[in-house]
Design a binder for this molecule. Structure first.
Ligand code: AMP
Length: 289
C-alpha cells in the first residue's frame, strides 16, 4: 500500500492505473478506522482492481463549537489496518485540499432544514464540497459509504445525480459492536459508564422495529414511546427522533411502507447517530378459498 499526500502524485498514479484498464473503488473517511470503515474497504476490494481510501478530517464540515480539534487521528494505526485491502491511502493536509484562496462550495439545497442539518448548520455543505473535490481527484468508478450516516449518503447520492458525477455510489449496512452500538470513531469519547449507557440508541431502534412490525403506523406514537424509553437513561439527551421516507428522508406522519427511523442522541457530551429500517408487513392476499 502506498501513502500519498499530494493531489498531483495521486493523479499521476491513478492515470497510469486507469490506462491499464483498472476499475477504481474509493472509500472517503475521516480516519481512526474501525470495522465499519473496513467493511466498505473490503467491498471496494471485491468490486474493483484498485482501492483508494482517503483519510481527511475535513474542517469545512465542523462548526466552530464542534470537535474538529479533538477528533481522533492516528495515520500509522490506520495504515496498518488498511494493509492488504487498500492500494493507495490518500492523506492530504488541509492546505493541500484547501489552498489559501479557496472560496467555492457545493450545496445540496435543503440539507440544513432536516435531521442532522438542523443542529449542524453548514455541515452537509462541508461534506458535499469535500466529497465533490475528492471525486474529481480520484475519478473512481465506484464509491462506498455507510448507511450509518444515512442523511450523508442521501446528500451524496443527490449531488452525484444532480451534477452527473460519473461514479456509482454504494451504501452498505451498519456495522455494530457486540451489544448493538453502531461503530463510530466518536465512541472513543465515551467514558466507561457512558459507553454502557450508549446502547440505549440500539435498544430504542429495536423497540421501534417491534412496534412497526406489530402494526403501529402512527409515527408520533412510536416517537413518543422512544422519547420515554431514552429518557430513562441518565446521560442521554435527545437531539431528534424522526421517521422518514427511506429514499427522500422526508418526514412521515404514518408508516404506510418501509420507512427509516433516524436518531441523534447526546450521551454526555458525545453526539451519536443511528438508524434502522422499519419494515411494514404486507397484508397476506387470500385467494378466497
Ligand atoms: P467517517 O470516517 O465517520 O467520515 O466515515 C467514513 C465512512 O464510513 C462513511 O461513509 C460512514 O457512513 C462509514 N461508516 C462509519 N461508521 C460505520 C459503521 N458503523 N458501519 C458502516 N459504515 C460506517
Amino acid at each position: 500500500m502506498k501513502i500519498v499526500k499530494k493531489i498531483s502524485l495521486l493523479r499521476k498514479d491513478l492515470t497510469l492505473l486507469r490506462r491499464k484498464g483498472g476499475r477504481i473503488g474509493f472509500v472517503p473517511t475521516m480516519g481512526y478506522l474501525h470495522e465499519g470503515h473496513l467493511s466498505l474497504v473490503r467491498q471496494a476490494k471485491k468490486d474493483n482492481d484498485i482501492v483508494v481510501v482517503s483519510i481527511f478530517v475535513n474542517p469545512l464540515q465542523f462548526a466552530p463549537n464542534e470537535d474538529f480539534r479533538h477528533y481522533p487521528r492516528d495515520l500509522k494505526r490506520d495504515a496498518k489496518l488498511l494493509k492488504g485491502f487498500c492500494d493507495i491511502l490518500f492523506a492530504p493536509s488541509s492546505d493541500e485540499l484547501y489552498r489559501k484562496d479557496f472560496c467555492s462550495s457545493v450545496e445540496v439545497k435543503g440539507t440544513d432544514e432536516a435531521l442532522c442539518g438542523l443542529s449542524r448548520k453548514g455541515h452537509f455543505t462541508g461534506v458535499s464540497t469535500v466529497v465533490a473535490k475528492l471525486f474529481n481527484i480520484v475519478l473512481a468508478d465506484n464509491a462506498y459509504f455507510g448507511r450509518k450516516d444515512a442523511q450523508q449518503a442521501a446528500v451524496i447520492k443527490k449531488m452525484v445525480s444532480d451534477l452527473d458525477f460519473p461514479v456509482k455510489v454504494h451504501v452498505l449496512p451498519i456495522v455494530r459492536e457486540k451489544d448493538g452500538l453502531a461503530m463510530s470513531s466518536r465512541n472513543t469519547y465515551l467514558t466507561i459508564e457512558e459507553r454502557r449507557q450508549a446502547v440505549v440508541l440500539f435498544q430504542a431502534l429495536r423497540s421501534a422495529e417491534r412496534m412497526a412490525a406489530g402494526g403501529i403506523r402512527d409515527s408520533a406514537k412510536i416517537r413518543q414511546a422512544l422519547e420515554d424509553f431514552i429518557g430513562h437513561t441518565p446521560s442521554a439527551r435527545i437531539d431528534y427522533i424522526e421517521i422518514a421516507d427511506a429514499r427522500t428522508l422526508a418526514p412521515l406522519a404514518r408508516i404506510e411502507k418501509d420507512a427509516l427511523l433516524l436518531l441523534a442522541v447526546y450521551i454526555g457530551k458525545t453526539r451519536l447517530i443511528d438508524n434502522t429500517l422499519l419494515k411494514v408487513k404486507k397484508l397476506a392476499v387470500t385467494s378466497g378459498y
